[in-house]
Design a protein around this ligand. Structure first.
Ligand code: DC
Length: 228
């Protein structure tokens, strides 16, 4: 069976950075499932769907043509229906739209097969909210990454301030709190650690320290050699 490492946690916990670093270190594939929910929100906008049209968004999720690419300078490029949507993908507005469409069961179901298709040899690092609890329940290593809400808002601000001129630390703190609440209290696939997840609080840890811990946990499970 092709192994999967799941990395779940709230916005700004560092999942994206850690998942990317771990995938690079192990040579495994990477699934950024949040990007898929963001793409559904953008697909809805492109198609002019009403914000409360669940069936329309689920249909768009099932048929959207998505391409993840790497530009010559190493930066990520994302295409939706052949259109470069990289710039709009990571904004807070798209994140809030993603959180809304992600609460709809039919949208989540429509994305299941697409997410599972990322499992390719030699292995997959899957980043999201329900990777360990729903999508890859049999994963041999599940990590739940957290950090204090204040630290997460600070990280998000540093990440976004150059890309999104409308952001402020106070605004981000408020949005993160709202998004946490919506993601954690939705009836389907709420954000919560799997019962067999290893919880890592990254508030006071560097990226290198968190990656080292993940590498150690994977080695303990025989997923790769110790000291990779
Ligand atoms: O990780 P992110 O900020 O790109 O995710 C955007 C939104 O998508 C987030 O608010 C919740 C939702 N999401 C989800 O419900 N399940 C996932 N596996 C990934 C993201």
């Amino acid at each position: 069976m092709i192994p999967v490492v799941t990395i779940d946690g709230p916005s700004g916990s560092g999942k994206g950075t850690i998942s990317r670093a771990l995938a690079q270190r192990t040579g495994w594939h990477l699934l950024d499932s949040g990007a898929l929910y963001r793409l559904v929100a953008l697909a809805g906008l492109l198609e002019g769907l009403a914000v409360d049209d669940e069936a329309g968004h689920a249909a768009a999720a099932a048929r959207m043509r998505v391409c993840f690419d790497v530009a010559p300078d190493g930066s990520e490029r994302v295409f939706l229906q052949g259109q470069d949507v990289t710039a709009g993908l990571r904004t807070e507005t798209t994140g809030a739209g993603a959180s809304r469409v992600a609460a709809w069961p039919s949208v989540r179901t429509a994305l299941l097969a697409r997410q599972r298709a990322f499992v390719q040899p030699p292995g997959l690092v899957a980043d999201g909210r329900d990777m360990g609890t729903v999508v890859f329940q049999d994963a041999p290593l599940k990590i739940f990454l957290t950090a204090s809400a204040q630290e997460r808002a600070r990280r998000r601000y540093n990440q976004l301030k150059d890309k999104d001129s409308g952001v402020s630390l106070a605004g981000l703190s408020r949005e993160i709190a709202e998004r946490d609440l919506r993601d954690a209290t939705r009836p389907i696939a709420p954000l919560q650690p799997a019962t067999d997840a290893c919880v890592i609080d990254s508030t006071a840890l560097s990226v290198g320290q968190v990656v080292a811990r993940a590498v150690e946990l994977g080695a303990l499970r025989g997923l790769w050699p110790a000291g990779l």
